[in-house]
Ligand binder design. Structure first.
Ligand SMILES: [Zn+2]
Length: 131
């Protein structure tokens, strides 16, 4: 048994007529209006549930971790930051190739990264300073 459905042809007219355009172009006088709404990308920084901005010094501090809620003393790790590379570039120009190695031995130019010893999450950073 082979029941072939009848073709969906209305018959008579050609089926290949493209549909009319949805818009009506009226002579080009109506230009598309530019969108004047330019929203500024405002970055909202939420500093914890209390909204308290915690200033991180360059030494370990006692703080309540906002991730694991434990009362911990942060572990500070010195990493090379912007100030380290800036100092290296300047000293390289002033002193030479030996001078550019000095900032990498100075903790004051490095970023102090405070981590939670419990959950290893970075809680805050004190950027290094140079000059
Ligand atoms: Zn933690």
């Amino acid at each position: 048994m082979s029941t072939v459905p009848p073709p969906q042809s209305k018959g008579g007219m050609a089926d290949n007529i493209p549909p009319p355009p949805a818009y009506s172009w009226s002579g080009g006088t109506s230009q598309p209006m530019p969108q004047q709404q330019q929203h500024l990308n405002v970055t909202t920084v939420n500093m914890g549930p209390q909204g308290a901005l915690v200033m991180f010094p360059r030494v370990p501090i006692s703080i309540t971790c906002q991730f694991c809620q434990a009362s911990i003393v942060t572990s500070v790790e010195m990493v090379n930051g912007d100030a380290t590379w800036r100092a290296a570039c300047i000293l390289c120009l002033l002193v030479g190739i030996i001078g550019c190695l000095i900032p990498f031995c100075m903790d004051s130019t490095k970023d102090a990264v405070h981590k939670c010893p419990n959950c290893k999450v970075v809680l805050g950073t004190d950027p290094g300073h140079f000059c």
